[in-house]
Design a protein around this ligand. Structure first.
Ligand code: SIN
Length: 528
């Protein structure tokens, strides 16, 4: 298991019923994007709501690319998985003296359906999963170790089974091979490929890049979700202001106090987040302002402080009182809807390799993820994947080759890593961001080609370090996003380009990409 967020740990806890599980993580075990999730878990739990309505909303957001069977499975199995979390000790917010869930509201949802733990849902869930996994006799953690690449049974052969991973210990640079019957990617997304992101530093697309290099099939990497409201403050590197704030009545304003979202969509602040992010981006470009405002000052301060204690506390650290002053916000890269193609049981195109959570592309999110459907996907599909893997006949642990360092020497030019990293993040933000164009994408393509060449040379010449691996992965992800975005000559969901501003029926299919056949359109709608 590579990764220790909600998907990795749900998988590990289920798999450990019948097998030993090693959880590899490049930080400490709780250093995950899951822990940062504020909003919650979407699930139809209100008597007035229904699984069908949740399915409808998810399909509508997904703009023709969701797989209805996957959407239905996640929506239908959500309630029982939320109950399972409660048995692990997760305390969700409740009303009426603890009888009912205090269901929140977010953009694109036709009902209140967000199960949350105040505004720190991810922390509450992650802590409970870490506690359970750490206490489990068949689960072992290997922290501060980074996977470099997947090991293939037959190197350079298309479709070769995966038999483990090469791993570098961050403190020492020592590389070893870990052999596994099943290798599971639960590595999350790649928000760090962009200059502005809501993601933690660990979100460097490692799983996407490793799977691509191993020859696995990937899909839909052009669909990068930008969250409309991250705090704009020099000291707040990537602090999200949850969509739940808008769900409870927060208003987006220009710096002069006027509102504008209703001019873009009648649902205003509760339109799906691609629409809100694009509207904010357009207004910032039109006015030349470097941020807009998120205003809660008209709401009851006692309610705001009770409902959003974590956000209020963080704002206070930055000298801001959200009950008395509007907060400066900007959109930021938030979630990768595309990734490693995986079915309902986590199976990828390579035997021995599973993918769960944000790294996977299962057909749940389509071209645009509905808010709070990602923790739901991790909960439901990771557990299914583990149950399915456990039902397969046991296989011996494969042999895995030792790491060959070649003639690599220690690097004396670490500055290359930080320089290339900054460059990629900046041009991805400027050229492959919320609004794209043929010209901007072509510029980005030229730059990433040069940088990848430079990084490749550096990688082969010098001894591997975790920083270098992350740079190599970010560059690979950037290249895939650019190529997929250039390929899709229409606008759909999260992919918006001024040169092809409308959706086109013939493009209502997945973008597929692998290292063997390059980028192409899926042969038929609704299938990878
Ligand atoms: C948020 O709290 O706004 C993020 C929830 C999500 O991304 O689903």
């Amino acid at each position: 298991m590579i990764g220790s967020g909600i998907s990795g740990l749900c998988y590990a806890l289920e798999a450990a019923r019948t097998a030993d599980v090693l959880v590899l993580t490049k930080g400490s075990r709780e250093d995950t994007a899951t822990r940062w999730a504020q909003g919650g878990i979407a699930s139809a739990l209100d008597p007035a709501d229904s699984v069908e309505a949740h399915v409808r909303d998810t399909l509508a957001a997904g703009a023709g690319l969701c797989h209805p069977d996957v959407v239905r499975t996640c929506a239908a199995e959500g309630p029982s998985r939320i109950a399972a979390l409660e048995t692990l000790g997760v305390r969700f917010s409740r009303t009426d003296g603890g009888v009912d869930f205090d269901l929140g509201r977010e953009g694109g949802h036709s009902a209140r359906r967000i199960v949350h733990a105040g505004d720190m849902t991810g922390r509450e869930v992650e802590d409970a999963l870490v506690r359970a996994a750490s206490a489990h006799p068949r689960i072992r953690f290997l922290e501060h170790h980074m996977a470099i690449d997947l090991v293939l049974e037959r190197r350079h052969e298309r479709g070769s089974p995966v038999t483990g991973a090469f791993v570098v210990e961050k403190a020492t640079g020592r590389v070893r091979t870990i052999a596994a019957r099943t290798t599971v990617l639960a590595t999350g997304g790649a928000g760090k490929a962009y200059l502005y992101t809501s993601n933690p530093d660990v979100a460097t697309g490692d799983g996407i890049a490793m799977a691509y290099r191993a020859g696995a099939l990937l899909a839909d990497l052009e669909f990068v979700q930008f969250h409309p409201t991250c705090l704009y403050h020099p000291a707040a590197k990537n602090f999200l202001l949850s969509e739940a704030l808008r769900g409870e009545g927060a208003v987006v304003r220009r710096l002069d106090g006027s509102t504008f979202l209703e001019a873009y969509d009648p649902r205003g602040a509760l339109a799906p987040r691609d629409i809100v992010a694009r509207a904010i981006d357009a207004e910032m470009k039109r006015t030349g302002d470097d941020h807009v405002l998120l205003d809660l000052t008209h709401l009851d301060p006692a309610f705001v402080l009770r409902r959003f204690p974590g956000i209020a506390e963080r704002c206070r650290e930055y000298g801001l009182d959200l009950t008395r002053q509007p907060l400066p916000v900007v959109p930021a890269a938030h979630y990768f809807c595309g990734g490693v193609v995986a079915d309902l049981d986590g199976r990828t195109s390579l035997p021995g390799l599973l993918a769960v959570g944000e790294v996977a592309c299962t057909g749940l999110h389509g071209a645009n993820r509905l808010a709070s459907n990602s923790l739901l996907e991790g909960l439901v599909l990771a557990q299914r994947a583990a149950a399915r893997a456990a039902a397969e006949p046991p296989r011996p642990v494969p042999e895995a080759p030792a790491w060959d360092p070649g003639g690599a020497e220690p690097s004396d030019e670490r500055v290359v890593v930080s320089q290339d990293w900054d460059e990629i993040r900046r041009f991805l933000w400027n050229y492959v961001g919320i609004v794209r164009s043929d010209r901007r994408l072509a510029r980005a393509a030229r730059r990433i080609a040069l940088l990848r060449e430079e990084i490749r040379e550096y990688y082969w010449k010098y001894q591997v370090t975790a920083d270098l691996c992350e740079l190599r992965n970010i560059a690979a992800v950037a290249d895939l996003v650019i190529r997929c975005a250039q390929f899709r000559r229409e606008s759909r969901g999260l992919h918006y380009t001024v040169d092809h501003p409308e959706p086109r029926d013939e493009w209502a299919r997945h973008t597929l990409v692998d290292r063997w056949d390059g980028v192409r359109l899926a042969a038929e709608p609704g299938r990878f």
